[in-house]
Structures are given as structure tokens and as C-alpha cells.
Design a protein around this ligand. Structure first.
Ligand code: PGA
Length: 265
């Protein structure tokens, strides 16, 4: 426990840029995606201390990129494959994502772990390939309700972080982000408390120091996701080990997404 506290203190001294990612999932068709991107751009005011990212579906990436170019908004993808080229029908190459202007890639989202049976080892290979192509992986980890009920939460999360990152070395110009998303909270409208999210973020920080070089562990940001809204975002951002949020439902209208960002001091 004492060790966790020490890491919490280190987190206070890290680069303090906040990152907010909107995960549009498969919620919108192409026309709706373009309208949402345009509406966000209309009201978007770039902020020095906040990096704002939108993650449309793969098909919408190139058109959304044209809309947001030069606005200060960054583009994120929702997945990538672990090879850049080859006979992998239906997959999306990290090289091509970088080519179309993507900067961030969500990896290991619980919906992919659940519906596509993604494993920690697949996620690790994807992380490596994304880093190789200059992308910033946003690695999603989180416990199910059953795991939480069985008091397995911290163990499950440490395991996911360590298995995804074991043996990975970050060059000074490479970075990654861990998104803590309690699976049972996603889309429920009921987030965990900021204090609980902070506790888990400290557990993740500990795992990062266990598995990465100290410099890499120190600079790796941890964000919270799961029913984040304009009403609760401030509580999460105030926590010393939480550097931002992964936002699903509340990123699907320009009004809620922009008001969520404006709430951040
Ligand atoms: P939510 O989704 O904000 O709708 O809970 C978050 C996510 O799945 O990334």
C-alpha cells in the first residue's frame, strides 16, 4: 500500500496535459459521423492543457480527418491489427491508420475482448505494431461485475496491464495510455466514484512500474472510462493519478461532448 502511495505522488509530477477521447463505437452511420464531426468543430475551442480526440468508426476516418484537419482535434481509431500488410482479410493496418492521419488507437476495449475474444497476447502484438508506426495505443483494461464481486478487481487489472506490456520498451518519442474502464459500468449511466477510480489508477501505476522502465512508467497516462458525463467529469480529472477520460455515450452529441470539455478547469 505504501508503495502505491509513492507512485501516486510521482503521478502528481507528471506532464499534466489532460486527454479526452470520444469513442463513437459503431453508433453512427457515415453521414451521421460527418455531421457530428462538423458540429464539434463548430463549437470547439482548442485548450493548451487538453488534448481532445475523436474516434469514429474505421470507414469514417478519412472523411472525418478532412473535416477536423487544422482544428486542434486529433483523430483516433477504435482498433488496429498486429501486422502492417499481408493476407489478413478484413483487418485494418496500423500503417494505413497512420497514413490517413490517425494518432491514437483504442486497443483491447472490453467490447472487443468480449465479442471478438481478443486476448492479452493479441493486444500486446497490436501495441507493438502501433508503436512501430508512430501511433499512441490507448489500452483498455477493466474488471467484470463478477470479478469485482469476487474481490478479484485489482488482480485482474494488474494482470491485464502486465500481460499487455511485458517486455515492451518505449523509445523517448513513443508513449501509451491506459484506460481504466470497469466493464459493468460502461453504458450504464452510473460511473464508479472518483475515489474508487483513483484507487484503481494507483494499482495500474504500480503495475506499470513493475513491467516498464521507470521513465516509461512515469510518463504513461492513466485515464478513466465508463459513463463519464459533463456532470461527473470534474471529479475524475481532479484525482492525482487520472489524466483524462474515455467517453462513449456522452461523445455522441456535440453539445454533451463540448460541455464535458468545457467543464474541465
Ligand atoms: P460509456 O462508454 O461512456 O458510454 O460508458 C465508454 C466506453 O466504452 O469507452
Amino acid at each position: 500500500m505504501a508503495k502505491l502511495k509513492i507512485y501516486g505522488i510521482i503521478a502528481n509530477y507528471m506532464d499534466n496535459e489532460i486527454i479526452i477521447l470520444g469513442n463513437w463505437k459503431m453508433s453512427l452511420n457515415l453521414a451521421q459521423s460527418l455531421v457530428l464531426a462538423e458540429n464539434i468543430i463548430e463549437g470547439f475551442k482548442p485548450r493548451k492543457n487538453i488534448q481532445t480526440v475523436i474516434c469514429p468508426s474505421t470507414v469514417a476516418l478519412t472523411e472525418v480527418e478532412k473535416i477536423i484537419k487544422g482544428s486542434g482535434l486529433a483523430l483516433g481509431a477504435q482498433n488496429a491489427f498486429w501486422h502492417a500488410k499481408g493476407a489478413y482479410t478484413g483487418e485494418t493496418s496500423p500503417e494505413v491508420l497512420a497514413e490517413v492521419g490517425v494518432k491514437y488507437v483504442l486497443l483491447g476495449h472490453s467490447e472487443r475482448r468480449q465479442f471478438l475474444k481478443e486476448t492479452d497476447s493479441m493486444i500486446k502484438q497490436k501495441i507493438l505494431k502501433c508503436l512501430e508506426h508512430g501511433l499512441i495505443p490507448v489500452i483498455c483494461v477493466g474488471e467484470t461485475f463478477e470479478e469485482r464481486k469476487d474481490n478479484q478487481k485489482d488482480f485482474v487489472i494488474m494482470h491485464q496491464v502486465i500481460e499487455a506490456l511485458r517486455g515492451i520498451k518505449l523509445w523517448p518519442d513513443q508513449s501509451l495510455i491506459i484506460a481504466y474502464e470497469p466493464v459493468w459500468v460502461i453504458g450504464s449511466g452510473q460511473a464508479v466514484t472518483p475515489v474508487e477510480a483513483e484507487h484503481t489508477a494507483q494499482v495500474i501505476k504500480q503495475a506499470l512500474f513493475d513491467v516498464l522502465e521507470p521513465e516509461a512508467a512515469k510518463k504513461t497516462k492513466i485515464i478513466y472510462g465508463g459513463s463519464v458525463s459533463p456532470d461527473n467529469i470534474a471529479g475524475f480529472i481532479e484525482q492525482p493519478t487520472i489524466s483524462g477520460a474515455l467517453v462513449g455515450g456522452a461523445s455522441l452529441t456535440a453539445e454533451t461532448f463540448l460541455s464535458l470539455i468545457e467543464t474541465i478547469k
